[in-house]
Ligand binder design. Sequence first.
Ligand SMILES: Cc1cc2nc3c(=O)[nH]c(=O)nc-3n(C[C@H](O)[C@H](O)[C@H](O)COP(=O)(O)OP(=O)(O)OC[C@H]3O[C@@H](n4cnc5c(N)ncnc54)[C@H](O)[C@@H]3O)c2cc1C
Length: 466
Amino acid sequence: MQTPVTIVGGGLVGALLAQQLARRGFLVDLFEKRDDPRRSGFAGGRSINLALAERGLQALRTAGLADDVLQRAVMMRGRMVHTRDGRSGLQRYGVDDSEVIWSVSRGGLNTLLLDAAEAAGVRLHFGQSLVGADFDRQWLRFADAQGIERVRDAAVVIGADGAGSSLRAAMNEHAPLGERTEWLGHGYKELEIPPANQLPAALLRDSGGRDQFALEPHALHIWPRGGFMCIALPNTEGSFTVTLFMPAQGAHPSFASLPDAAAAERFFREEFDDLLPLLPRFAEDYDAHPVGSLATLHLERWHLGGRALLIGDAAHAIVPFHGQGMNCGFEDTVVLADLLAEAGRDTADAFAEFQRVRQPNADAIAQMALENYIEMRDSVADPHYLAKRALGAQLAERAPEHFMARYRMVTFTHLPYAYALARGRAQDTLLDQLLRGHDDASRVDLDAAVATLRATLPPLPSLRHG
Ligand SMILES: Cc1cc2nc3c(=O)[nH]c(=O)nc-3n(C[C@H](O)[C@H](O)[C@H](O)COP(=O)(O)OP(=O)(O)OC[C@H]3O[C@@H](n4cnc5c(N)ncnc54)[C@H](O)[C@@H]3O)c2cc1C
């Protein structure tokens, strides 16, 4: 018999962790602040769809859930970049359709994971918000929607209660965790492109027969504009969730300089002329949807001995620009479930090992996610970036054992994030060196470039694909 485990937070990471622990023989109680989304409907918030990549998919395979999830997902082959002059072009993410990412509904995925956790024997407690903890006496205090509080025994507790984690606050009060939040200073707002049949036919003349979708469905769309951008991810029923990212405060353009739909509509007409007509509820959505804030969370310590541990966003919230927050959290769940199953009752060892293995990787993806914001909103339209990308693609084709774009390492392999960061830096330096004096990848002597690559960088580790 394994240790009973209490999980706080039944979002994406908490639900998947609960299922994986229950399948390994743990008695699991999961407490979630919201009502059961399977009965009350999913209370949206934040992004309503997310990009699922190989790491998340691998965790779902381990949990036996990947096929179910993929059946409800839309494949995205690459970035469809929309320039100011109204042109668009696809930049593929991988080499072929074996390297794609998937757009999934946050609500649908959460529901599926809660069903799977329940089926595996997890006891689910909804409408229970953690409001206090005593780690010495080993109890937690929860309040329901009416404010009625109940104390529950919990010898081992895992906090999967997201970026604003209440468990983290309680742990930090007990013994400081070395917490630091780095605000990005940029915020986001969600808008929606409805299914094509809800838009005037005249707008869809370029839809090329994609009757259900107003834009190419198998792509993550980006309108890069330097200091700000819009992105759009497809939903299975034909709509797209659009997210506008821009500075929260300060000089125009910022959310502060565009306080209402009237100002924002003028701005969209100037900057996103081709997108605006696809947003028939622009004014309502702009005024009704809040501006979300974005930050990176750094903690020195993720656990209190063997009594409490943080996982997912509660331990390492990151900015969303690599589409890896959930993927990283899902990767966490497999590592932790395996460690706890191996450790038997010695949770202190398992928690310490979990932090040792995962923290350098969480730090690395946090850094790469910040860098990817610049890449998405700016570099994807920059000629030097495109030249580097083209040369990188040629090197990857000629010497695949020596070169792989960092995006591919992060998105399509299980190589540790920390490795992808370091290797990506080394490759980037080499590309700059090879392109010195050339404005175009086609002018580089490819044979010499491959020889330099082989002489400079060791082969990549062998790859474990799903
Ligand atoms: C705009 C945006 C876009 C994103 N896009 C992507 C993407 O494309 N791909 C990707 O991989 N990641 C993406 N992410 C990141 C992803 O959303 C998070 O990494 C992921 O949701 C983390 O899951 P979690 O379960 O740790 O936390 P959460 O999803 O935040 O879940 C926490 C849960 O805990 C509950 N809870 C909170 N407080 C309490 C309490 N006191 N008591 C009990 N329960 C509580 C909440 O109700 C919630 O259900 C995006 C994030 C944002 C903001």
